[in-house]
Design a protein around this ligand. Structure first.
Ligand code: BGC
Length: 883
C-alpha cells in the first residue's frame, strides 16, 4: 500500500497562535518570571521536520527487508518475536539490527527519566484541535528521539464508555469521530520524527475491572460504529506502524489471539502493514497468538519462544511463512525508519552497529532533539490552555480582576504540588511542574496576598490521629490462613504506609488480624480509611461490626479504599482488619475520621479572609490510574472541603482534576464557578492562572458527557460482568448492551439532559452561529460541502469549536439521534465573523449493516445541525441524500 506523505502543518496558523500565546510574556506581571521568560520566541521554535524517515514503502525496501530475512536462521527469527528487558525488542546482531527501545506515552515520554509532561489524552480531546494534535505528536516524537526511543507506546484511543474507567484520562473521548480526527495528525506528528507510534489498546479496553480476564462482548455494528473507527483511522489514514493488543478478551477470545480483530479486520480489511504487539503479559497461547496475528510478545517471550514454537512449526501447527511474515514486518519498519543504524537516520560503521546491538539505543544526535526542550514547554502550555474547560461561571465571577484582588486563598489537596497526570504506565515525571498554587502566585502582583492550605489531612495523618477506644490487638499467624496460635501484641495506631522503604520478599508467609474499637463522640458521617501496598500484592480487607466493608469492585490493584459510615453519638464500632502481606514488614494502615472535622480550621479562616477562594480538588495519580477503576465520588473529604470553603466565601472557584465524570451533587449549587482541568500536564498551573485572570479566554470543550451520577450513565447497567466468576481462571463477560448508546448518543436519543453535555464549555465571550448552507439534496458518493458563519459577538478574543451533528430520521433501523461528523476550531476577535466549511464524506451518513457486513447509506432524510455542544445546535437544515 503506498504511504501518504504526512500533511504539512499550517505553519502560519501555528506561528500566529504562538505569537498570541507568547504575547502574555509581555505583560508586566509575567515578564519577570523565569518560567515564561524561558519560553522561546516563535522563530526559535522548531519548524516541522522535513521527514527523512520513515521512508515510504517501496520495492527497494521490500527487497532489503527480504534480503535481511534471508540471512536469519529460524532461531534468530523466533528471538525477534519477543521483547527483552521490559522495554526493548530483541536484537539480531548478525544483520546489524539493534534492540529497539520503547517508552510509554499517554502524557509524555515516560520511561527514561524526567520528560516534558503534556496535558493527558482526555485533555487533548478537549482541545478539539487537529493542529495541536499534530504539534503534540511532533513534540513527543522529538522527546522520544532525544532519548533514543524507537517505539512510542501511544496514543491510546479507547472510547470513554463509563466515567469510572481508570484509564479514561489516557484515552481521548467518548466519540469515535473526534478520536479518529485527532489521532491521525498525532500519529503523523510522532512518525514524522522517525519514531514509531503504537496505537493501543486494540480493542474494547473500556474498563480496568479485572482487565486481564474480562471479555468485552459487543455486536459487530457496535464495534464498527463506536469502538473501532479510531483504530481504523490510525491504520488507514495515519499509517501507524505499530498496534498494541489489549489485555481483555473480545467476544470470548483474548485480543492477542483474536482472529476477527487481528486477521480479518486489522491485517485483512485495513491492510495493516506494521507490527502488532501484545500488551505487557497479555499473551496466553503460543499457537493461537502466532496464527491469529500477534507479531511481538511483550515484555518477554513466554509463549512466542523457540521452545514452544519450534515443535509447533515442526508439527505443522504454525506455518513457517507465518513466522517469516512477523519478522518481515519488523524488518520493514527497521529499514524504513533507519533503525538498522545505531543513531536514527544516520549511517553507522560496522563497529558502531555491533555496539548498538549490545546496548541501549544511543540518544539521537539530531540537533532538533533535546532531552530538556524549552520549545516543548510552550507546547505543553498550549495543550493546557486549549483544554481547560469552564463548566460554570455564575454572575460572571470569572475572569478575576487581579488589580482588585488583595487576598486570594488557594486551598485543597490538589493545589500543591502539581497534579500533572493520572497513575500507572502513563505517568510521566516532569522536569518542573507548575502547580495551581505556583501558577496563581506567579501570576498575581506582589501586592496580592496568596494564602495556601491543603484543607484536608493526608491519609497517614488520619491513621496517626485516630484515637482508638483501647489499644488495637494485632494477632500475627504463621501461614496465610489465619490458622493456629497467633502471636498477639497491641499497638496504638496502625499507620504503616506503603512507603516503608524497599520491599523485601517475606521469607515466612504470615497473616495478620487487627481488632480495633472506635467510639463516635458526635453523630454524623465518618470515613473509614485504609491503605495497603495492594499494587504489590498485599491484601487488606476490613469489616465493621462483622459486616465486610463493600470492597470497591476491583480485582486488580485497588484505589485507596475509603468508606463513609454514619454513626450515632456515643456509638462504638468494632473494626476487624485482615492483612496478608506479601513482603517482609507491615505496610498497611487504617483509621477513622469524623468528616466535619476533616476540613482544617486554617482553610476555613483563609477562605473567609480572602477576596476569592480557589479550591483545587479531584483525582491524582494515586486515586485514578491504570489497573483499577475509580470512584465517581470525589476522594474522601473533598466534598466537605468544598462545602466548607463555599460557606465561608461566596466567591469560590472549584477546579477539578480527573478523567471527567465526578459527582458534583454535594456542592455544585453552592459554588459559582467550576473549571475542569483534566490532567493538564506540567504547565497546568500557568494555564489556569491565565484563564482565571482573563489573559486567555477558556476554550476547552468536554470530550465526554459529564453525568450527574454514575447510575445515570448508559453503561452503568452493563459495566460489570453479568454473572460468572472473576479472576485468573475465569472469563466473566461484560455485555455491551448499551450498544451504540454511548455518552451523548444516549442522552440525545433519550431526550434527556446530563449535567454538562458532550461538547460543552463556556467562554468569556459569546458566539453566534448563522447562515448554515446545506444543499437540499445530494449524493453521498462525492463529498458534500456544508458551511456556517460563526461570529464572536462578545467583547473578548477567543476560540470556538463549531460542531456538526448528523441525524438520519428516515433510517430504516434505529440510529442514535445525532452523531458528530465534523468540527472546526476558529479563533475570532470581538465582532469578527468567519465562515467554517465542512466536507461530509459517505461515512458521515453511513451505518454498519449487520446483514451485509458493510457500511451502508440509507437514502432519505438527514438533518445537519451545527452548534457548540451536542445539545446546543442553534442552526439546522434538512438534506436529502439520494444515494
Ligand atoms: C499497559 C500499556 C503499557 C505497557 C508498558 C501495560 O501495563 O497496559 O499501556 O504500554 O504496560 O508499560
Amino acid at each position: 500500500m503506498p504511504r501518504r506523505r504526512p500533511r504539512v502543518l499550517p505553519v502560519l496558523a501555528l506561528a500566529l497562535y504562538l505569537a498570541a500565546l507568547l504575547s502574555f510574556a509581555a505583560l508586566p506581571s509575567f515578564a519577570a518570571l523565569p518560567s515564561l521568560a524561558a519560553l522561546p520566541s516563535p522563530a526559535a521554535l522548531p519548524s516541522p521536520a522535513a521527514p527523512s524517515v520513515p521512508l515510504e514503502d517501496s520495492a527497494a525496501i521490500e527487497n532489503e527487508a527480504r534480503a535481511l530475512l534471508g540471512r536469519l536462521t529460524l532461531d534468530e527469527e523466533i528471538e525477534l518475536l519477543g521483547g527483552v528487558d521490559s522495554m526493548y525488542t530483541h536484537a539480531a546482531p548478525s544483520i546489524g539490527l539493534p534492540r529497539l527501545k520503547m517508552s510509554d506515552a499517554s502524557v509524555g515520554v515516560r520511561n527514561w527519566g524526567p520528560s516534558t509532561s503534556y496535558a493527558a489524552g482526555v485533555a487533548l480531546a478537549a482541545t478539539w484541535d487537529r493542529d495541536y494534535a499534530r504539534q503534540l505528536g511532533e513534540s513527543l516524537g522529538g522527546d522520544a528521539r532525544a532519548r533514543g526511543v524507537n517505539f512510542l507506546l501511544g496514543p491510546g484511543v479507547n472510547i470513554a464508555r463509563s466515567p469510572v474507567a481508570g484509564r479514561n484520562f489516557e484515552y481521548l473521548s467518548e466519540d469515535p469521530f473526534l478520536n479518529a480526527a485527532l489521532v491521525v495528525p498525532y500519529i503523523e506528528g510522532v512518525q514524522s520524527r522517525g519514531v514509531v507510534a503504537t496505537v493501543k489498546h486494540f480493542a474494547l479496553n473500556n474498563e480496568e475491572f479485572d482487565r486481564h480476564n474480562v471479555s468485552a462482548d459487543a455486536d459487530e455494528r457496535t464495534m464498527r460504529e463506536i469502538y473501532l473507527p479510531a483504530f481504523e483511522a490510525a491504520v488507514r489514514e495515519a499509517h501507524v506502524d505499530a498496534v498494541m493488543n489489549s489485555y481483555n478478551l473480545v467476544n470470548g477470545a483474548h485480543a492477542t489471539e483474536n482472529r476477527f480483530l487481528n486477521l480479518d479486520i486489522l491485517k485483512g480489511e485495513w491492510r495493516f502493514a506494521g507490527i502488532l504487539m501484545s500488551d505487557w503479559d497479555a499473551t496466553y497461547d503460543t499457537v493461537a497468538a502466532a496464527n491469529h496475528g500477534l507479531d511481538l510478545e511483550m515484555p518477554s517471550p513466554r509463549f512466542l519462544n523457540a521452545q514452544a514454537l519450534l515443535p509447533a512449526i515442526e508439527k505443522g501447527l504454525v506455518p513457517r511463512a507465518v513466522i517469516d511474515d512477523k519478522v518481515l514486518r519488523l524488518l520493514r519498519v527497521a529499514v524504513r525508519y533507519g533503525f538498522l543504524h545505531a543513531a536514527p537516520a544516520q549511517a553507522q560503521t560496522a563497529a558502531a552497529q555491533t555496539q548498538a546491538t549490545a546496548d541501549p539505543t544511543p540518544e539521537s544526535t539530531d540537533s532538533r532533539d533535546s532531552t530538556y526542550s524549552v520549545a516543548d514547554r510552550a507546547v505543553a502550555l498550549r495543550g493546557a490552555l486549549e483544554s481547560l474547560t469552564l463548566l460554570k461561571n455564575d454572575g460572571a465571577l470569572l475572569p478575576l480582576d487581579s488589580t482588585r484582588i488583595k487576598t486570594i486563598a488557594v486551598l485543597g489537596p490538589n493545589a500543591y504540588p502539581a497534579v500533572t497526570g493520572g497513575g500507572g504506565s502513563a505517568y510521566t515525571p516532569p522536569f518542573d511542574a507548575v502547580s495551581t498554587l505556583t501558577g496563581i502566585a506567579n501570576s498575581v502582583g506582589s501586592a496580592t496576598r496568596v494564602l495556601y492550605d491543603p484543607g484536608l489531612p493526608s491519609m497517614r495523618d488520619v491513621f496517626r490521629g485516630t484515637r482508638w477506644l483501647e489499644p488495637v490487638t494485632m494477632a500475627t499467624y504463621e501461614g496465610t490462613a489465619f490458622g493456629g496460635r497467633p502471636h498477639v501484641t497491641t499497638v496504638s495506631t496502625i499507620d504503616n504506609g506503603p512507603q516503608n522503604g524497599l520491599a523485601q520478599p517475606d521469607p515466612t508467609p504470615r497473616s495478620i488480624r487487627y481488632h480495633a474499637r472506635y467510639r463516635a463522640e458526635l453523630a454524623g458521617r465518618y470515613w473509614v480509611l485504609a491503605t495497603a501496598s495492594a499494587g504489590d500484592g498485599d491484601r487488606l480487607t476490613l469489616s465493621v461490626d462483622g459486616r465486610p466493608l463493600a470492597v470497591p469492585l476491583h480485582a486488580e490493584g485497588e484505589v485507596p479504599p475509603a468508606w463513609p459510615i454514619t454513626l450515632a453519638a456515643g456509638q462504638t464500632i468494632d473494626i476487624v482488619a485482615e492483612y496478608l502481606p506479601r513482603f517482609a514488614g507491615v505496610r498497611c494502615g487504617f483509621g477513622v475520621a469524623f468528616e466535619p472535622a476533616l476540613v482544617s480550621e486554617t482553610a476555613r479562616r483563609m477562605a473567609a479572609a480572602a477576596d476569592v477562594a480557589v479550591v483545587a480538588v479531584g483525582f491524582t495519580k494515586e486515586t485514578e490510574g491504570e489497573g483499577a477503576d475509580r470512584t465517581f465520588a470525589l476522594p474522601w473529604g473533598q466534598d466537605a472541603l468544598i462545602q466548607a470553603v463555599a460557606a465561608a466565601n461566596a466567591r469560590t472557584v472549584v477546579t477539578l482534576t480527573g478523567g471527567v465524570g465526578t459527582d458534583t451533587r454535594p456542592w455544585l449549587e453552592r459554588v459559582p464557578a467550576l473549571i475542569e482541568l483534566y490532567y493538564p500536564g506540567q504547565e497546568g498551573g500557568t494555564a489556569l492562572a491565565e484563564i482565571l485572570f482573563g489573559r486567555h479566554a477558556p476554550e476547552g470543550k468536554l470530550p465526554v458527557t459529564f453525568d450527574r451520577s454514575w447510575e445515570d450513565s448508559a453503561s452503568h447497567a452493563f459495566y460489570y460482568p453479568s454473572g460468572g466468576a472473576v479472576g485468573p481462571e475465569a472469563h466473566p463477560h461484560v455485555r455491551y448492551d448499551d450498544a451504540l448508546m454511548v455518552g451523548y448518543r444516549y442522552w440525545t436519543s433519550a431526550g434527556k439532559h446530563p449535567l454538562f453535555p458532550f461538547g460543552f464549555g463556556l467562554s468569556y465571550t459569546r458566539f453566534k452561529f448563522s447562515d448554515l448552507k446545506v444543499p437540499a439534496s445530494a449524493s453521498s458518493r462525492t463529498p458534500i460541502e456544508v458551511s456556517v458563519a460563526v461570529q464572536n459577538t462578545g467583547g473578548v478574543a477567543a476560540a470556538e469549536v463549531a460542531q456538526l451533528y448528523v441525524s438520519n430520521p428516515s433510517a430504516p433501523m434505529p440510529r442514535p439521534e445525532r452523531e458528530l461528523k465534523g468540527f472546526a476550531r476558529v479563533r475570532l476577535e470581538p465582532g469578527e465573523t468567519q465562515r467554517v466549511v465542512f466536507e461530509l464524506d459517505r461515512r458521515s451518513f453511513s451505518y454498519w449493516d449487520e446483514k451485509t457486513h458493510a457500511w451502508t447509506v440509507a437514502p432519505g432524510r438527514f438533518v445537519i445541525r451545527v452548534g457548540d455542544s451536542s445539545e446546543d445546535t442553534p442552526v439546522s437544515a434538512d438534506l436529502r441524500v439520494i444515494d
